[in-house]
Design a protein around this ligand. Structure first.
Ligand SMILES: [Cu+2]
Length: 328
């Protein structure tokens, strides 16, 4: 298939699966096209009027078995396409819960800004390891963009005001195009870059390079700068919830609903705290930060809030014991 390259290179686990489905669609479409053309020509030749004075043939008015056959078979084939497509869709939109490497991507007219939990920041460049699920948290600073890496068969709209998540696992080291696939203004066509896929060892070395403080450290700075710390850490009157072990766990709200504190929840809690108020706490105490913190800053704050919920120790490896929720 490499020689015959109507397909871009395949560098992720999904690429192979997407291409298999695509090939199936091409084959079905090819067979149908061939069949229709064959019938057109066959009938034109077979039933042509040989002599001017031959009587015109009688028209046929339907055939029940034929109609059933050409309704049921295409329907079954469509169902296969649907089930296959839906399976791939759900698989790609549901990141694995554990052991993902998280990368935070912000679209901005007209560039992709990429941040790593370890603090590296890049513009129009992204580095990922092979053999490890990478989860993307996609945000936009301005308009709708679409994050597109053809070699990974990955394309996801990036919508202002919300987070999109997607995941992939790269398989082939190399450099592949990143594009924006949603028209986003004058320089849309220049909005793109490169993703570098590296062997795990090379990637570790790259990650260990110089940074201006990890994303968590930068988030912690913002946490102090915006005064979050005065309420969420030093407040002794219990007016504000502790943020320890909030992330990734269910939160009971004052309207009785229970939501899981994911990236989108923390983002909303910061920008519009009254949208979901934690049970037992009051509305209108936490200030509304809408319009005050950049998308990149929000992502750093989120990484910091995440770091307050260390993952439960997993078998074998020793990890620091998780602090108990709300020590007040
Ligand atoms: Cu764009």
């Amino acid at each position: 298939m490499g020689v015959f390259s109507i397909f871009p290179p395949r560098a992720s686990t999904t690429a192979v699966q997407v291409d298999a489905l695509y090939t199936f669609l091409l084959i079905v479409a090819g067979i149908m096209t061939a069949l229709i053309f064959f019938c057109v020509f066959f009938f034109a030749v077979r039933y042509r009027r040989k002599n001017q004075d031959d009587p015109a043939p009688k028209a046929i008015h339907g055939s029940l078995p034929l109609e059933i056959a050409w309704s049921v078979f295409p329907f079954l084939i469509m169902l296969v396409m649907f089930a296959w497509g839906a399976k791939l869709y759900f698989q790609n939109y549901t990141p694995p819960l554990h052991d993902t490497f998280d990368i935070y991507v912000t679209g901005k007219q007209w560039m992709w800004k990429v941040q790593y939990p370890t603090g590296q920041r890049e513009i129009n460049e992204m580095h990922v390891p092979t053999g490890r699920p990478v989860k993307l948290i996609l945000a936009s600073e301005d308009v709708i963009h679409s994050f597109y890496i053809p070699a990974f068969r990955l394309k996801h709209d990036v919508v202002p005001g919300s987070y999109q998540t997607y995941w992939f696992e790269a398989t082939e080291p190399g450099r592949y195009h990143i594009l924006c696939a949603e028209y986003c203004g004058t320089n849309h066509s220049d909005m793109g870059g490169w993703v570098t896929v590296m062997k795990p060892n090379d990637f570790e070395r790259w990650l260990a390079g110089d940074t201006g403080g990890s994303m968590r450290e930068q988030g912690e700075k913002l946490f102090q700068q915006y005064g979050c710390v005065t309420c969420h850490v030093t407040d002794r009157e219990g007016r504000c919830p502790s943020l320890l072990n909030v992330f990734g766990n269910p939160v009971v709200l004052d309207d009785g609903r229970t939501v899981v504190a994911d990236e989108a929840y923390v983002r909303e809690s910061i920008l519009n705290p009254n949208a979901k108020v934690v049970k037992g706490y009051k509305h209108d105490i936490m200030p509304v930060f809408q319009g005050q913190i950049s998308e990149e800053g929000l992502l750093q704050l989120i990484v910091y809030v995440k770091s307050l919920s260390p993952p439960a120790p997993r078998s074998g490896k020793s990890a620091a014991p998780a602090p108990k929720a709300n020590p007040k």
